[in-house]
Ligand binder design. Structure first.
Ligand code: URA
Length: 436
């Protein structure tokens, strides 16, 4: 060990290049986050922390009472919170350019988080052309390359458009006056962000109207439940407890895209909230739309059989879809499945992302191209990518075919071969999840 106080003075070990030294990986991760803070002392604090680790305090981060460790962890926690706020409160507006539509957003982060957050937006909006403008840095994505540029001014962002309308509608739709808690709302969505949030324009009116709406709800006679028909959407089962149940009830009144107008009801995911395995399909079919449950029709039967053969108990799996409403074309008395388009998948992804964030499955099985697009944010060729583990935030993914593809295959030998490959993919997912 050298006796200098300069970390970068000379090689730490004889076989290392000058200026190189090693510290625990967790310290590197902490430093990478804390350094994004604005606190002018952050460099000195991090230098001292790294110096102490380098001088032998290898487990320094485990000492939660150490004032230096606490201070740096607080910096990192503030930065993480800012990163989260940017993900939650950033709103794009559309600008028409000769090359096509560009989505532009203005955001004022507290810390230097744009570079660290940009890859998240690349993954999330991979197929859109977008620019995120902030006072100190801008980030631009053209569908292939991420470019970072200088800061900008809010005047560069257009102030109204279709997306703004969409956010206002979305917010009004999920706003429940009986659950209005202004203080919680303000801490979750600090007023500072309101001016960039189109839906925030609706808040004062909604708050004013809330009292009257709540009174009407209380005074309304309790009706006997209507007979279920195709056009009456039964409420989400009140028995689903916890955050997933709350999310399912929120999704029950989803108006994010027009698909709800013709479907019977939102078909939300189901299964244990702590499942290690999640299956994502495309969208509910005719029978799922009527039953309000995913994968209960013909494709569901193929799936159930394959799960059993793969040694997977469906009761231990969380099963959901990329799109939560049935999209169809009426043909006589029949409703024929229609594939959801990119925009419908993109918009509905808000529910899937929130389901995944709550369940946190170790492995997510993507059944077909729509599911893969929803989770990966890009088009995939199933035959090229199936069966291989893919990194996903907080877990891994496996792409495989959709069970209805197996139903559509015309000849029996292809059916048998493809079905066996499907079961193998499910087995691979089970092994990956540590269950087989
Ligand atoms: N197909 C799907 O993708 N999901 C279902 O729930 C049913 C059929």
């Amino acid at each position: 060990m050298r006796e200098t106080t300069d970390l970068f003075a000379e090689p730490a070990e004889p076989d290392m290049p000058a200026g190189a030294f090693s510290v625990p990986r967790s310290l590197v991760a902490l430093a990478e986050t804390a350094i994004l803070h604005r606190d002018p002392e952050r460099f000195a604090l991090l230098y001292t922390l790294i110096w102490r680790a380098f001088r032998g305090e290898k487990h320094i981060l485990e000492d939660a009472a150490d004032p230096l460790v606490r201070r740096v962890q607080l910096l990192a926690a503030n930065v993480r919170r800012d990163i989260h706020k940017m993900r939650a409160f950033l709103r794009f507006r559309e600008v028409e350019e000769p090359e096509g539509t560009r989505h532009v957003a203005w955001f004022e982060p507290e810390y230097f988080i744009v570079e660290a957050n940009a890859p998240f937006f690349v993954r999330r909006f991979a197929t859109m052309r977008w620019s995120i403008l902030t006072p100190y840095r801008s980030a631009h994505w053209d569908g292939e390359t991420l470019r970072l540029g200088p800061g900008a001014s809010p005047a560069e962002v257009p102030d109204d458009d279709r997306l703004a309308e969409y956010w206002r509608t979305y917010f009004s739709a999920i706003f429940n006056p009986a659950r209005l808690k202004l203080s919680a709302m303000l801490s979750e969505m600090p007023k500072k962000y309101w001016r960039n949030l189109p839906e925030a324009e609706a808040i004062p009116d909604l708050v004013r109207a809330a009292r009257a709406r709540t009174d009407r709800m209380i005074e309304a006679p309790v009706l006997s439940p209507p007979r279920p028909t195709r056009r009456t959407a039964p409420p989400m089962p009140p028995t689903v407890p916890g955050a997933l149940g709350a999310l399912a009830r929120e999704a029950a009144s989803c108006r994010l895209c027009p698909l709800w107008t013709r479907a019977t009801q939102t078909v939300f995911g189901e299964g244990p909230g702590d499942a290690r395995l999640m299956l994502v399909g495309e969208q509910p079919g005719d029978q799922e739309d009527l039953a309000g449950r995913p994968f209960v029709g013909p494709a569901g039967q193929v799936l159930d059989r394959a799960l059993t053969e793969a040694g997977i108990d469906r009761n231990h799996v969380y099963v959901t879809n990329a799109v939560k409403h049935f999209k169809f074309e009426p043909r006589g008395k029949r409703r024929i499945h229609a594939t959801p388009d990119r925009a419908e998948i993109e918009v509905c992804r808000t529910w899937l992302d929130r389901e995944r964030a709550l369940v946190q499955p170790a492995v997510t099985v993507l059944l077909g191209a729509s599911a893969a697009r929803a989770v990966l944010g890009r088009a995939v060729t199933i035959s090229r990518e199936r069966g291989r583990p893919l990194p996903l935030a907080g877990g891994r993914g496996i792409i495989t075919v959709h069970p209805s593809y197996l139903l559509r295959l015309p000849d029996e030998s292809a059916k048998a071969r493809e079905y066996a490959a499907f079961v193998e993919d499910l087995q691979a997912a089970l092994r990956l999840a540590g269950g087989g």
